[in-house]
Write a protein that binds this ligand. Structure first.
Ligand code: C2E
Ligand code: CA
Ligand code: CA
Ligand code: CA
Length: 277
């Protein structure tokens, strides 16, 4: 039994060493990735469910890793959150988003709005307002050009600070989207205290929408209505889901049915042709 215990310890030590090594590698790679411009934003249209038009785009990051190829965010955002690099990464991606809007504005594309995902760890800090303010200043963004998506748990853990930040951002017309609504905490008691503007219903609820109604979706929609919030339904993949949602008090949608996340040039082309069903 003693030697079994010892080999178990050795096993754990090896596993731990491997984990630490992997983590250190990614940490290193993230640092270089930012420096070498390996991150690219893709843009997924958010559309009106009542009129055939795109209202904004959500930016979603992709990593062109020199060895591993195209890496999706679920494989590195959680690690960046653990190591604290998320703040630097978020800032870098916010800058890319601002640059892209400015470029679209210069190309005469009109008033394009982007929503950018931001980690709550970064959002709930007093520097954040200044960082957004300088993006607006440096890139000459028009009011409301940039909005933010943040998850519920992050807001609730830092309610006071988050409220200060949201209020500080309001002169810039920055809207706050509450991401993945309905998963995790759902501390409904706090919802009316948060100066947020839009709820995004998590795609797990939308994928359950078939012939049958989903009472949870209806509950979220009536909650949003009574709090005077707009709603985006995420993950619309079928025209049945589109139809069903458009008969309800849900203003906006997003999902593969209309478009996958697109590279900047394709997003612009999409906007010009407005290929909405
Ligand atoms: P999220 O913010 O909830 O983003 C929605 C995810 O659903 C995206 O995955 C998107 O590609 C995917 N999606 C969109 N429409 C559909 C659909 O119809 N069906 C299905 N099955 N999926 C759909 P993605 O791009 O892999 O991003 C995953 C998560 O990574 C995001 O979840 C977000 O939490 C995080 N993330 C992405 N970009 C950024 C970023 O720039 N900064 C930060 N901090 N986080 C990011
Ligand atoms: Ca999001
Ligand atoms: Ca989401
Ligand atoms: Ca998510």
């Amino acid at each position: 039994a003693k030697s079994a215990g010892r080999s178990q310890i050795r096993y754990f030590n090896n596993e731990m060493r491997k984990k630490l090594k992997q983590q250190a590698d990614i940490e290193n790679d993230l640092q270089n990735g930012i420096k070498n411009g390996e991150f690219e934003l893709y843009y997924q249209p958010i559309f009106s469910l009542t009129q055939p038009r795109v209202v904004s785009f959500e930016s979603l990051v992709r990593w062109h890793h020199p060895k591993n190829g195209l890496v999706t965010p679920d494989d590195f955002i959680p690690i960046a959150e653990q190591t604290g690099q998320i703040i630097e990464l978020d800032l870098h991606l916010l800058e890319l988003a601002a640059k892209q809007i400015a470029q679209w504005q210069d190309a005469g594309a009109g008033n394009i709005c982007l929503t950018v995902n931001v980690s709550s760890r970064h959002f709930a800090s007093l520097e954040f307002v200044d960082q957004i303010a300088s993006l607006y200043r440096n890139y000459g963004l028009s009011q409301g050009a940039l909005s933010l998506e943040i998850t519920e748990s992050g807001l609730i853990e830092n309610l006071n600070l988050a409220t200060k930040v949201i209020n500080g951002l309001s002169p810039y017309g920055v809207k706050l989207y509450l991401d993945d609504f309905g998963t995790g905490y759902s501390a409904l008691g706090y919802l009316h205290q948060l100066p947020i503007h839009v709820l995004k219903i998590d795609k797990s609820f939308i994928s359950q929408l078939t012939d049958e109604e989903n009472p949870l979706v209806d509950a979220i929609l009536s909650l949003a209505k009574s709090l005077d919030l707009e709603v985006v339904a995420e993950g619309i993949e079928t025209s049945q889901q589109f139809q069903l949602l458009s008969t309800k008090a849900c203003q906006y949608g997003q999902g593969f049915l209309v478009s996958r996340p697109l590279k900047a040039a394709q997003a612009m082309a999409f906007l010009q042709t407005e290929q909405i069903k």
